[in-house]
Design a protein around this ligand. Sequence first.
Ligand code: ADP
Length: 298
Amino acid sequence: MDNQSDIAAPGTSRRRDTGFPLLEVRDLGKKYNSSRESIVAIESVSVNLAQGEFLSIVGPSGCGKSTLLKIIAGLSTATSGSIRLNGSEVVRPGPDLGFVFQGDALLPWRTIRQNVALGLEISGRHREAARIRTDEMLRLVGLAEFGDRFPVELSGGMRQRANLARGLALDPPVLLMDEPFAALDAQTREIMQTELLKIWRQNKKSVIFITHQIEEAVFLSDRIILMSARPGRIIGDFIVPIERPRSSAVRFSNEFRELNREIWQQLRDEVTRANDQSKAATLKGSQSTGWGLRTRRR
Ligand code: ADP
């Protein structure tokens, strides 16, 4: 099965066949209706995720990336289209899809251990099995010594590790990550990216990762898809031809810089369009989420 064939991707470069898809997103559309207006957030989005693949989604703010991820996770419903995981339709959140939210989504009144154990508790895991698994996850993300602390006692990087541990606790084959490192400073973010790659490799996960940063996407991914300004459609699909395992040094290589440049060239117009949409919405006095794509311009 050619898992790329249905991706509408004008200007696309470098594709590859990544085998039978684990996750299939078909013709997905989402319209938000309110008494004041109706917003088409995403339109005709089709994308596949192969077993073990690290896929990033990049696009301007407000283009529907989070909407897409929430629908894939079963946390929101699509207006049209379908999602299949291992051939079965996804209609609600389940243990096969782990979600790591933006920023710090830990519950402040629970310790780090209790936060990491949350999904295990909800899924009804036996108490002792849950304790063993929680300890394992805390060790995996380097927080074994901090399980009894509360989120407020930890640095931003440590809280984000705890978030990741919580997402991994149920051992989902697919991990959905929505700008998980956006709130971190640049140095911590780089360290977390390297840590994430280590965990991904060791645990053989398939990942969909949303980011504003092209560089982050190139460093982490096997493949990067680009979304247009709202309504979000897929306008590009890039294979990252950089050898693994990757160290931070790859950021200085020509192929890394060249791919960054190529992606930015294709996205630039969409970012301008998203900013124009945002200004128009502000002028109309409506709420807007729009900021341009935060990336270094070359
Ligand atoms: P992104 O993650 O790319 O920044 P979102 O998926 O958050 O984009 O939002 C896409 C569009 O849908 C935006 O215009 C946003 O304002 C709108 N939107 C998102 N969530 C809702 C909602 N719950 N109700 C109405 N509009 C929404």
